[in-house]
Design a protein around this ligand. Structure first.
Ligand code: PMP
Length: 459
């Protein structure tokens, strides 16, 4: 009786979901046909349990954000305490609140170089749109108002709002109808080996230097990139790349924006992605890990020069969100950073990176199609190729990454496929930063089983 009641409750929920809930980044027609893949109910540590009672390892930290894992009572308490005191207050017109001020000071204190002030938003897309606006505002104040364009890199993901969406260098995200930000230009990514315009390279055309020359530096306000591209397929910047890009930006008076929405707050084993290469960007956008996903918060850090310029003129910073500096979100942000530091989470990330790499070595030895594994901290991925020695991908119909991700799901491990680009069959892995050795082994065993199954289907 109890069981059938539960079943009918779930069925009812599925019907309501199909009827009334339009899901992001989902094919609506197939959603209506198949219903939700999973309805999450609760989470603890690296695991989430669905409404039917099945428990999964969250190998993706949901959307690369639940960095401290699920069910963290301290974060919940920080939200509760703040909500009970002052749930919300505006930050417009000179209003302020203590948690926003304290979080601003804290984030600036852990940020690299002279990044010295933060503008709060509610998420990553808003952060990047804000970063673009601040860059353009800065050049206006400097009397160089022709500097409007934003230069982004192929395979990047910067968000879903109009400007951040236009900057995004993954075509699959452009198919959704909408306007484009006209002041955007794109360069090829480092994967083409021509990022800085080596004229001997056959792919030279379209590289960063080339695009700057073509557009004219006087038209470009800023360049945006992720230190490690996440949604684009976990592409790690080669050593020297970010430094060279920064130098190129300086040479051309172009502000460098590091999109740290995924990399920030310990994901890569350093506090910020750029810290892996000792590069200090002019602007840095953050979100996701700043609250470990427990509250909606993002921010844009600017360097001292930009901050000092903005405050020097008697001109309104005519931009802001209702939830900029949300006290509850900022309270959760403060607690998140406190836990990161107090519990030496970065040490754990670096240790678990080693465990993950051991697992990857094992899988590389065992499976002929398993290749190109990489991990910087707990931002990791691997690829599947028909012939890894000759760098030959599977034919498009095979979809090995999606197959392996589906198999992992059957074995109760949630991962993410990045296979929207022809010839690139990538599986991304980004577990909560609190994961331990045994749990890494559990993940590796499931991936092992999934790839074994894939091998059998190919034979
Ligand atoms: N930048 C990067 C690097 C991201 O990965 C994302 C989200 N996946 C965003 C920006 C956009 O963030 P949001 O979805 O919070 O708007």
């Amino acid at each position: 009786m109890v069981v059938s009641k539960t079943v009918s409750k779930i069925e009812k929920l599925i019907e309501l979901d199909k009827k009334h809930y339009l899901h992001p980044t989902t094919v609506p027609k197939s959603f209506i046909e198949n219903g939700p893949k999973i309805i999450f109910h609760e989470g603890q540590g690296i695991r989430v349990t669905d409404i039917k009672g099945d428990t999964y390892i969250d190998g993706a930290s949901m959307l690369w954000n639940v960095n401290l894992g699920h069910g963290n009572k301290e974060l919940a308490q920080a939200a509760y305490d703040q909500m009970s005191t002052l749930a919300y207050s505006s930050s417009f017109y000179g209003y302020s609140n203590e948690k926003a001020v304290r979080l601003a000071e804290k984030v600036v204190s852990i940020a690299p170089g002279d990044l010295s002030a933060i503008f709060f938003t509610s998420g990553g897309s808003e952060s990047n749109d804000t970063a673009f606006k601040l860059a353009r505002f800065y050049w206006d104040l400097k009397g160089r108002s022709t500097k409007k364009k934003i230069l982004s890199i192929s395979r990047s993901y910067h968000g879903a709002t109009v400007s951040a969406g236009t900057a995004t260098g993954i075509d699959a995200f452009h198919s959704f109808a909408g306007s484009r930000d006209a002041d955007m230009v794109r360069a090829k990514s480092h994967l083409t080996n021509c990022e800085l315009g080596d004229k001997n390279d056959p792919n030279y055309e379209g590289c960063i230097r080339d695009v700057i020359e073509k557009e004219g530096a006087e038209t470009i306000a800023a360049l945006i990139l992720e230190p490690i591209q996440g949604a684009g397929g976990v592409h790690v910047s080669p050593d020297g790349y970010l430094k060279a890009v920064k130098a190129l930006c300086e040479e051309n008076d172009i502000l460098m924006i590091s999109d740290e929405v995924i990399c920030g707050f310990g994901r890569t084993g350093k506090m910020f992605g750029v810290d892996n290469w000792d590069v200090v960007p002019d602007i840095m956008s953050v979100a996701k890990g700043i609250t470990s996903g427990y509250a909606q918060l993002g921010g844009v850090l600017v360097n001292k020069e930009i901050r000092d310029t903005i405050v020097q003129y008697d001109q309104i910073l005519g931009h802001g969100f209702t939830y900029s500096g949300h006290p509850t979100a900022c309270s959760v942000g403060l607690k998140t950073i406190e836990i990161l530091e107090r519990d030496n989470i970065l040490d754990n990330v670096n240790n678990m990176e080693k465990e993950l790499k051991k697992g990857f070595d094992y899988l590389t030895d065992k499976h002929r199609y398993f290749t190109k594994s990489r991990a910087v901290g707990l931002l990791a991925g691997f690829e599947l190729q028909q012939d890894r020695d000759l760098d030959v991908p599977f034919s498009e119909s095979v979809k090995p990454a999606s197959f392996v991700v589906d198999q992992c799901f059957k074995h109760k491990l949630i991962l993410r496929a990045a296979d929207f680009e022809k010839g690139k069959d990538i599986v991304a892995i980004a577990p909560p930063l609190i994961i331990n050795k045994e749990e890494i082994s559990e993940m590796i065993n499931i991936i092992d089983a999934a790839v074994t199954k894939f091998n059998k289907t190919i034979k």
